[in-house]
Design a protein around this ligand. Structure first.
Ligand code: BEZ
Length: 211
């Protein structure tokens, strides 16, 4: 199944390091991050899961639940977590799905046969509280993802869902944002009391409204 932005993230039940769970129950009304990695006991994946674990308070601050996945079994996950904790100086607390029968991987298109017939690729989805898919990224096995970028996208999505703004290239939380073309400059000046800077009629900035 090919999942696209705006689609409803399909629900599933899975065996995980936190026991059997129902994905929707796990997410509740929170935002979610579902990410796959190629295999346990591999170096790049070890750094990725370790770093994600260290971002725990950042994800909590954004009301976001994290869950990882590979096609390894739960016992391998549990033993590998010990290595991650030891080598990355952390304590992995989010669940890892043991997708031995590839049910979730097939549902979410995490196996790309021309990259690897058996291993999941490095995919990651952000899912909003309405269970809509808001971000999909897929990286090659040789390249670890940048989880600071995932936090940045969460900040952008949560900001732009609640205010009539969009965020520019390399934007970081707290920096000026862009007024979308759908809003007239006149209306923007009313909505954004901190001010509107017009560079071009279609390129207008305002300070981030919620800071
Ligand atoms: C790694 O996580 O280090 C890795 C996984 C699959 C292929 C290459 C590297």
């Amino acid at each position: 199944m090919s999942i696209k932005l705006g689609d409803t993230a399909p629900n599933f039940q899975a065996e995980t390091t936190a026991g059997d769970l129902d994905f929707y129950n796990y997410l509740g009304n929170s935002w979610g991050i579902l990410f796959s990695h190629p295999a346990d006991y591999t170096p790049v994946c070890t750094t990725e899961l370790g770093y994600t674990s260290k971002l725990k308070s950042e994800f909590e601050a954004r009301d976001t639940k994290v869950i990882a996945l590979s096609v390894d079994g739960v016992e391998d996950h549990q033993n590998w977590i010990k290595d991650i904790n030891e080598t990355q100086n952390t304590e992995v607390q989010f669940p890892i799905i043991a997708d031995r029968y590839r049910r979730v991987s097939e549902l979410y298109d995490f196996i790309h046969p021309n990259a690897s017939a058996t291993a999941t690729v490095r995919s990651l989805l952000i899912i909003d509280p309405a269970k809509k898919v808001r971000l999909i990224i897929t990286y090659p096995a040789s390249t670890g993802r940048n989880f600071n970028e995932i936090i940045r996208v969460l900040d952008s999505l949560q900001l732009t869902d609640s205010h009539k703004v969009v965020t520019p290239v390399n934007w970081k939380n707290g920096e000026d944002v862009i007024i979308p073309p759908s809003l007239s400059t006149e209306d923007a000046r009313e909505i954004f009391p901190k001010g509107v800077t017009e560079i071009k009629p279609y390129l207008r900035y305002t300070p981030q409204p919620n800071t």
